[in-house]
Write a protein that binds this ligand. Structure first.
Ligand code: UT7
Length: 346
């Protein structure tokens, strides 16, 4: 059953979550399809055509998810022109440690003092899940300003010899500042539509490292890496993203024909073409940066928002429909009207 979280509908509500700043950070090292072909039985053509990726970034082994999160977050705060937030939510599937969460360290490095800080694990839809949690905190008056970060070191959990996953994923970080404000303001997040299907938990999984497989010791080397049933995930991605996006538009009171831009998680250009087609949104209205960064999981949406804004693909007043899908399986979608005066920091 679908669930709708409407930030303006709860008791004591009134405040919406308004996007006021965006920041990103990408590791400088680029890995081209050609670089992967040296090691894998694949080709530049296959990766371009079947996924849409030309290159992705890889973090230096000395750089962690937390390090990238700090860089993106400090840029987002500069973009918003703020020096303090009340909470830090870090969406990631590749935290610095299994314990503790990475967000408190990020908050510490940002010099934010003893603010609330925690990680949100919802795979590639983690950034929107964290945004939904932030919207709830802002609506309830628990916080006035929240930093939402999506950061991933996917290269740490990808088997470099697995052609089914190695070409897909990339590293990077993006962050947004969300502030309490009137719902009618441009930049205010609309109702969030989200959901999960744990019956497909093993469709994208890192088998070892948690409690489920701890009786199997020693773990086989491949079990520390992501395993994905790509084709099955593809089909679910199209179905779930289409429905969540449609429901989020409806919850915002929008006709799909009014949507100016579809901002969709960058997993595969064929997934997003299918979703756009199913929604009746022209493919050209769905900006993409997968060719440059690959699938950066929880970092994907803020990286795409910043790229699209910089390229002029997002203009003030545009009705923007956001949707993401990934491991869990989990998905989320929401809306916003693109605000004027927001300039991402890179
Ligand atoms: O971000 C989180 C959510 N993740 C996703 O949404 C990912 C969704 N899945 C996908 O994007 C696609 O399923 C993949 C890109 C992972 C795979 O593409 P596909 O078109 O679904 O390929 P497939 O798995 O059905 O495999 C088709 C063929 C197979 O060969 P045979 O059995 O037909 O001879 C594969 O072995 O393509 C082969 N193949 C490759 N060939 C060259 C699989 N990967 C590669 C490769 N290079 N890298």
């Amino acid at each position: 059953m679908r669930q709708v979280l409407n930030p303006s509908a709860g008791p004591g509500a009134g405040a919406a979550a308004v996007l006021t700043g965006l920041g990103t950070w990408l590791p400088p090292h680029r890995v081209t399809n050609g670089d992967l072909c040296d090691r894998l039985d694949t080709s530049d053509e296959w990766i371009r055509e079947r996924i849409g990726i030309v290159e992705r970034r890889r973090a230096d082994p000395a750089v962690s998810t937390g390090d990238m999160a700090v860089e993106a977050a400090s840029r987002a705060m500069a973009s918003a022109g703020v020096a303090h937030v009340d909470a830090v939510l870090l969406a990631t599937t590749t935290p610095d440690h299994r314990c503790p969460a990475t967000a408190p360290w990020v908050a510490h490095r940002l010099g934010l003092g003893p603010v609330a800080a925690f990680d949100v694990t919802a795979g590639c839809s983690g950034f929107l899940h964290a945004g939904a949690v932030a919207a709830g905190l802002l609506a309830a008056g628990t916080a006035r300003r929240v930093l939402v970060v999506g950061a991933e070191t996917m290269s740490a959990v990808i088997d470099p010899d697995d052609r089914a996953t190695a070409p897909i994923f990339g590293d990077g970080a993006g962050a947004a500042v969300l502030e309490a404000g009137p719902r009618r303001l441009d930049g205010a997040l609309g109702p969030v539509v989200w959901g999960s299907d744990g019956s497909l938990a093993d469709a994208i999984v890192v088998p070892a490292g948690g409690t489920r497989e701890r009786h199997r010791r020693p773990v086989s080397p491949g079990d520390v890496y992501v395993r994905m049933r790509g084709n099955e995930v593809f089909r679910h991605a199209v179905r779930r993203m289409t429905r969540a996006a449609r429901d989020a538009a409806a919850a915002a009171g929008w006709e799909l024909s009014e949507v100016d831009r579809l901002i969709a998680h960058q997993a595969n250009h064929r997934i997003n073409a299918a979703v756009a087609d199913a929604l009746g949104i022209p493919r050209g209205d769905a900006p993409s940066n997968i060719h440059e960064v690959g699938n950066t999981a929880a970092a994907s949406l803020p990286l795409l928002l910043a790229d699209a804004a910089d390229r002029g693909d997002l203009k003030p007043g545009h009705k923007v429909l956001l949707v993401a899908f990934g491991s869990g399986l989990a998905w989320a979608a929401t809306t916003l009207v693109w605000p004027s005066g927001l300039s991402p920091r890179r």
